[in-house]
Design a protein around this ligand. Structure first.
Ligand code: KG4
Ligand code: ZN
Length: 359
């Protein structure tokens, strides 16, 4: 059973055809990075315009690559939220029109559920299926959530960020220091050259739910660190590098980044990783998880992957491959598969919801 998945919740227009919830026949992602990069973050109006431009060719490309026609499909799935409402509307409305025209059922998918299914899909494909109950840490530019996931696809929220998402913290720190957008990949690359214990950050004590996260204190600490130094010329030089060079090499970045700043990046990344893994470990222990799944854009982070291997987690840890960690539509089609089996279809008047929750 083949599902066409469509994703447009943020700054990626994506479409994919996935068979039986595990075999990716095609996965096309049109990134808007070059549009938003110069603004240091996603500009919602530009994002919707770019989605409008890309949606038809991206879906056509996904069908062509899969060698599929509309009548080979069992359903059409689209992200209904959470995300930018103007962006969500483009993918969801196009999915509705395809569903209306073809008579195929429409399946609405929660974007966060999609990130979790990226892991389930790959693990099943690799012949090492995720065992349940599983702990899911979804960590991206918009989300930092811990869920208990049961075998029958039920979710229980264990903890979430009270302020910034982890990816947002990476992006804000990178922007502040002149590294451009998105910040996560560049901090990840340069952190390898710094000392992760050089700068000490204090961790927020959580009142109430001890499994909640907070990243805004970390961001403020970085701001104070910058303000205590005279970094204007250094930051201006990196901003100029970003403006003139689409993809600076490590050598170019290193020439523009003194050791102190590399140490700060490494220490910041280390602090985020500690925050994430401490709470993931506590959650996994508390719920007696049989697997831990870590997904979302920040799951690409090489430091996080290495630290998760070493962390004393009580069960196996699964990461999606990098292409399935960041936003894509294969994860949306995969998340739709159990819904197709349950015949959980959406009405054509379903609304896009910027704040849609999973649990
Ligand atoms: O999942 P995603 O593509 O979109 C959202 O749903 O938000 O995640 C994008 C986020 C951005 O904040 C980006 O900086 C972060 O993931 N990211 C990373 C890395 N690659 C992407 N953060 C840390 N290390 C990385 N290697
Ligand atoms: Zn995402």
């Amino acid at each position: 059973m083949r599902i066409l998945g469509i994703e447009s919740s943020c700054d990626e227009t994506a479409a994919a055809v996935v068979e039986d919830g595990e075999k990716i026949l095609s996965s096309v992602v049109a990134s808007q990075m070059s549009t938003h990069g110069k603004y240091g973050g996603v500009v919602p109006e530009l994002a919707s315009r770019e989605h409008l431009r890309a949606i038809v060719p991206v879906v056509r490309e996904a069908l062509e690559q899969a060698g599929a026609r509309m009548n080979d499909l069992a359903a059409i799935a689209a992200t209904a939220g959470p995300g930018l409402v103007g962006s969500l509307l483009v993918g969801l409305t196009y999915a509705k029109s395809l569903s209306f025209a073809s008579g195929l059922p429409l399946i609405a998918v929660n974007h966060i559920e999609g990130h979790i299914h990226a892991v389930i899909l790959e693990a099943r494909r690799a012949g090492t299926p995720v065992e349940f109950p599983a702990l899911a840490l979804v960590v991206s530019g918009g989300h930092t959530h811990l869920f208990e996931v049961s075998g029958d696809g039920r979710y229980r929220l264990l903890g979430r960020t009270r302020d910034d998402a982890a990816g947002e913290a990476f992006d804000k720190v990178a922007k502040l220091l002149g590294f451009g957008y998105p910040g996560g990949p560049i901090v990840d690359r340069l952190a390898r050259y710094g000392n992760g214990t050089a700068v000490r950050f204090t961790f927020a004590k959580m009142k109430g739910n001890a499994l909640d996260f907070s990243f805004s204190g970390l961001k403020t600490a970085v701001l104070r660190w910058v303000q205590a130094r005279d970094l204007e010329a250094e930051i201006a030089a990196r901003r100029a590098l970003v403006r003139t060079q689409a993809h600076p090499t490590d050598e170019e970045w290193l020439a523009a980044t003194p050791q102190d700043t590399l140490d700060l990046l490494a220490s910041f990344q280390q602090a985020v990783i500690t925050e994430l893994l401490t709470r993931a470990t506590a959650s996994a222990n508390r719920m007696e998880a049989r697997s831990v799944m870590i997904s979302g854009g920040v799951a690409c982070n090489s430091g996080l992957r290495a630290a998760a291997e070493l962390a004393r987690l009580p069960c196996p840890v699964y990461f999606p491959s990098p292409g399935l960690s960041t936003d894509n539509a294969a994860m949306i089609a995969a998340a739709a598969f159990p819904k197709l089996r349950r015949r959980e279809f959406a009405a054509l008047d379903i609304a896009a919801q910027a704040n849609l929750t999973l649990a």
